[in-house]
Design a protein. Structure first.
Length: 752
C-alpha cells in the first residue's frame, strides 16, 4: 500500500516565537533566509543566512517493513518498558540531524546560525507555554503550559497602575502575571524561581554588555516599561516592568496593548540564564563586559529536556536527556520528547548528506534544487511555505553608482539603476515561474513582498493578509489588471492570480524608455554594457545559484531585443560576499539577493523593514539599497478617512504612514483594523512601484523524513511553536532495530 503524504503548510514562525528573548536580526523579525536556494547550509535568523532546521517529515507506510510491531510499540521495544519510568527505559531513540556547528548557546547573545536557535530553544530550555498540535479534527492546535502554570492580564485590577504610568484602565500598556512551576531546577540542581527570571532579565539588559537580545525588551510589541531608560540612560532597575510579585510569580508591565494570545505565544521566558555560571564567565571584550556562558560543554547550563554531552568543533554536537527536567515525571508531558538522544552532524556537502540519509544515518534532510528533481514525487517528501520572500534590491543612489563606476573602471554603466523605468523593465523581464522551477527546490513564484501573513490571527485564524480585498486590489491596480463584466477576469481574485509579473513586450517598452531617458540625462552612452553585480551569497555560489544567474541573463537578452540596450544588459551573481547588506547601504555594490521573513502574525509591524527608519535604526538598516529614504519619500493614499462614504487623498511619507498604523499611531486601534490593512496594502504597492526591490519567489522548504520517525501531529499550522512539532516526534524503531532494518535493506534505503 502506498501512503499519501500530506504537504504540510508550516509557515516559518521561528523568528516570531523567539523574538522576545533573542531580538533576532532586526526589530521586525527578519529571518530564516538562506544564501542558496534549497540548501542546508548554516542558518541564522538574519537576512543573510539560511533557514530553519529540520522540520516535520511524514511517517512511513504503516503496512510495509517500516511498521511498528503488533503491540503498537516501536520495533525492538520491549512491552515491559512502558511500565518503567521514562528515564529508566533501556531502549534508545536517537534523532539524527545535520546543521552547522554552534559557536555558543547563550540566549542573550547574537545567535549566528540556525542550529544555535533551534538547539537551545527546542531541546535545552522550557518556554512558559507553547502551541502544540492535537489529534482533533475540529481544533488543530492548543496552548500547553510548560514552565508556567497560568498567565493573566491584570491591567484592569492592578492596584498601583500609576506607578507604571497606567492610571487609566484603558491606557496603552498592559500588565500580565505569570505563575511558575515550583519544581524547576537547572541541570546542576540549582532551583529556579521568579527571582531567577528577574535577575536574568537584568543581566540581559545590562548596558555594560550590550547583549544582542536586549532589544526585545525595549523595542517592539513586547517592550517593557522602563527597559529603554535602564539600558540607555542608567535609570533605576526598580523602574523596569518585570519583577517578582511572589516567589513563583512574575509580573510583566508592557508598553503596548498585547493581547493574551500574543503574550502567551511570544513572551516565552527563554531569556532565563544560570546566574552563577553566567557571571563566572565575565571578561572584558573591546571595552564591554562579555561572558563565555554556554560556549563549552563545561559552562553550559540547561533547564529543558536535553543537555549537551559532547561537542566536536565543526563536526558534531550530541545531546541526551537532562534527568533534572520536570517533564520526565509529569504525566502531562508523556506525549512529548520520545527521543532519548539527539545528534547534529556538520555535513557541508549536499551529496554527502543525501548519501547518509539513504544509508539511514540521517533522519531529516533538506533537499537542494537538484535533489528536488529526483524526489519531488516521493512519499517521504514534505513541503511547506515560509514567509521568506526573496528579492533583488538595487542601489539607486546616483552618487554611489558614479563612484562605483569610477572605482571599478571596467566600462560598465551603473547609473541606469537610478531610473525607475530600467528597474521595472528588469522586473518584467523575469519569468518567475521558470526561475523557481529550474533553480530552487520547489519555491513559489511571487510578485509581492508579503505572502503567508496573518493580520488578526488571535481573533480570526484564517485572516491572511494576502487574501484580503485590500491587498488583492492594490496589486491588481499596480499591474493595471481589470476585472468584472466585460473584462477577461470575472472577479478580483481571478485578476490577482493572473498576475505573473512577466511580460516581454512590457519589458521592451520600458527598456527603450529607460534608454532614451538615460541618454537624454547624460548618464548613459549608447553601446555601453550594463553588468549588474549582485551580491548573492556569503559562501561560494551553489550550482543552483549559478543556474539562476544564467536563466536571468537569458531572460534579459530576450527582453532587450529591439531596444537601445539590446545584448548589453547582464547580471553577475557574486559569491563569498558575507557583508552584502552593509555593502549596498554604503555604496559598495549595485544590488543584493536578499529576503525578509518572520513575524508571521504581525504583517503591519513587520512592514517597517521597508518603510520605518526609526524601527530599523536608520535608512541603512532597511537593506533595500541606497537612494531610498522612507522618512522623506511621500505616498498619496485615497480612502474614506472620516466614514462619510467619500474617498479623499492624503499624502504622508512612507515612514509616517507606517507609524500611523503601529505602536499607538493614529490608526492603531481594533476598530480601525480594516483601515490599517488598507494602508498596509498601499504601502506594499508603493514600494513595489518604486521597483528598488524586485521580488521573485517565496521560499518553500522541501524535506525528506526517515522511515525511522513519525510526526505525531495529524496536521500542521502556522501558529505552531517550533517546540511543538519537534517535541511530538515518535519513533518506529529503536536504535538497535533501525540498524538491523537498514542492514536488511543492503545498507541502502529507497526513498523515491
Amino acid at each position: 500500500m502506498k501512503k499519501t503524504v500530506n504537504k504540510f503548510l508550516l509557515l516559518g514562525l521561528l523568528v516570531l516565537m523567539v523574538a522576545f528573548v533573542t531580538a533576532c536580526g532586526n526589530n521586525a523579525g527578519d529571518g530564516n533566509v538562506p544564501d542558496t536556494p534549497g540548501t542546508t547550509d548554516t542558518a541564522t535568523p538574519t537576512p543573510e543566512d539560511p533557514a530553519d532546521p529540520e522540520d516535520p517529515a511524514d511517517p512511513a507506510d504503516p503496512e510495509d517493513t517500516t511498521d511498528v510491531n503488533v503491540e503498537g510499540l516501536p520495533v525492538g521495544m520491549a512491552p515491559e518498558s512502558l511500565a518503567l519510568p521514562r528515564l529508566e527505559r533501556p531502549e534508545r531513540f536517537t534523532l539524527r540531524l545535520t546543521n552547522a556547528f554552534p559557536s555558543h548557546l547563550n540566549p542573550h547573545a547574537q545567535m549566528g546560525s540556525n542550529v544555535q536557535i533551534t538547539t537551545y530553544n527546542y531541546w535545552m530550555s522550557s518556554p512558559f507555554s507553547f502551541v502544540q498540535a492535537v489529534d482533533d479534527t475540529e481544533t488543530i492546535f492548543e496552548l500547553m503550559f510548560v514552565a508556567a502554570t497560568d498567565t493573566r492580564d491584570v491591567t484592569a485590577t492592578y492596584p498601583d497602575r500609576a506607578r507604571w504610568g497606567l492610571e487609566d484602565p484603558d491606557s496603552w500598556g498592559r500588565i500580565f502575571e505569570v505563575d511558575l512551576r515550583q519544581d524547576m531546577v537547572w541541570d546542576d540542581g540549582t532551583p529556579i524561581d521568579a527571582h531567577s527570571y528577574v535577575r536574568s532579565a537584568q543581566l540581559l539588559l545590562d548596558p555594560a554588555m550590550v547583549n544582542h537580545g536586549a532589544s526585545g525588551f525595549f523595542q517592539g510589541p513586547h517592550a517593557l516599561v522602563g527597559a529603554y531608560e535602564f539600558f540607555h540612560e542608567d535609570a533605576p532597575w526598580d523602574d523596569v516592568g518585570i519583577y517578582a510579585s511572589g516567589d513563583y510569580q512574575l509580573t510583566f508591565v508592557l508598553m503596548a496593548p498585547l493581547n493574551m494570545f500574543d503574550f502567551r505565544t511570544t513572551v516565552t521566558g527563554r531569556f532565563l540564564v544560570h546566574e552563577e555560571q553566567y557571571v563566572a564567565g565575565f571578561h572584558e571584550l573591546e571595552g564591554l563586559t562579555a561572558t563565555d556562558y554556554n560556549t563549552t560543554v563545561e559552562n553550559t547550563r540547561v533547564f529543558g529536556p536535553f543537555k549537551v554531552v559532547s561537542a566536536e568543533l565543526d563536526r558534531q554536537l550530541v545531546l541526551t536527556r537532562n534527568p533534572m527536567w520536570f517533564g520526565w515525571t509529569d504525566p502531562a508531558f508523556d506525549h512529548l520528547f520520545m527521543a532519548t538522544d539527539l545528534v547534529i552532524d556538520v555535513v557541508d556537502e549536499p551529496t554527502t548528506r543525501m548519501m547518509l540519509f539513504n544509508q539511514g544515518q540521517l533522519d531529516v534532510i533538506r533537499l537542494t534544487a537538484d535533489d528536488f528533481e529526483v524526489y519531488r514525487f516521493s512519499d517521504h517528501l514534505v513541503q511547506w511555505e515560509t514567509t521568506n520572500l526573496f528579492r533583488f534590491s538595487f542601489n539607486t543612489d546616483l552618487d554611489h553608482l558614479r563612484l562605483m563606476e569610477q572605482t571599478a573602471n571596467d566600462g560598465f554603466n551603473r547609473q541606469v539603476l537610478t531610473l525607475n523605468n530600467f528597474r521595472r523593465a528588469f522586473s518584467f523581464s523575469l519569468d518567475r515561474q521558470a526561475i523557481v522551477q529550474q533553480s530552487t527546490a520547489g519555491w513559489i513564484p511571487s510578485v509581492v513582498l508579503m505572502e503567508n501573513y496573518y493580520y488578526d490571527f488571535s481573533n480570526n485564524p484564517v485572516s491572511k493578509f494576502r487574501g484580503t480585498q485590500e491587498a488583492l486590489s492594490a496589486i491588481a491596480e499596480l499591474y493595471d489588471v481589470e476585472y468584472g463584466t466585460g473584462t477577461p477576469h470575472a472577479t478580483l481574485e481571478d485578476a490577482y492570480y493572473s498576475i505573473t509579473g512577466f511580460s516581454v513586450s512590457r519589458a521592451r517598452e520600458l527598456f527603450q524608455a529607460a534608454y532614451e531617458e538615460a541618454v537624454e540625462l547624460g548618464i548613459y552612452s549608447s553601446g555601453q554594457q550594463v553588468n549588474i553585480q549582485i551580491a548573492a551569497a556569503g559562501v561560494e555560489l551553489s550550482p543552483s545559484m549559478r543556474r539562476q544567474n544564467d536563466l536571468i541573463n537569458e531572460m534579459l537578452a530576450v527582453a532587450t531585443e529591439g531596444t537601445g540596450f539590446e545584448g548589453l544588459v547582464e547580471v553577475t551573481y557574486l559569491g563569498n560576499f558575507p557583508a552584502r547588506f552593509t555593502a549596498i547601504s554604503e555604496g559598495n555594490v549595485e544590488a543584493i539577493w536578499t529576503a525578509w521573513g518572520g513575524s508571521i502574525m504581525s504583517p503591519i509591524e513587520f512592514f517597517g523593514v521597508f518603510t520605518n527608519t526609526i524601527q530599523m535604526g536608520g535608512a541603512a538598516g532597511l537593506h533595500e539599497g541606497g537612494g531610498f529614504d522612507p522618512s522623506v519619500v511621500t505616498l498619496t493614499i485615497e480612502y474614506d478617512w472620516d466614514g462619510t462614504g467619500t474617498a479623499t487623498p492624503r499624502t504622508e511619507t512612507y515612514e509616517d504612514w507606517h507609524v500611523a498604523i503601529t505602536g499607538g499611531g493614529e490608526f492603531d486601534a481594533d476598530e480601525l483594523l480594516r483601515t490599517r490593512v488598507f494602508i498596509l496594502s498601499r504601502l506594499e504597492a508603493g514600494i513595489l512601484a518604486e521597483a528598488r526591490t524586485v521580488p521573485f519567489g517565496v521560499q518553500t522548504i522541501s524535506e525528506m523524513g526517515s522511515m525511522k520517525i513519525t510526526w505525531g501531529a495529524p496536521e500542521y499550522h502556522p501558529i505552531f511553536d517550533a517546540m511543538g512539532p519537534i517535541a511530538q516526534i515518535t519513533f518506529n524503531y529503536t536504535d538497535d532495530a533501525w540498524e538491523e532494518f537498514v542492514a536488511g535493506q543492503g545498507g541502502t534505503l529507497n526513498h523515491q
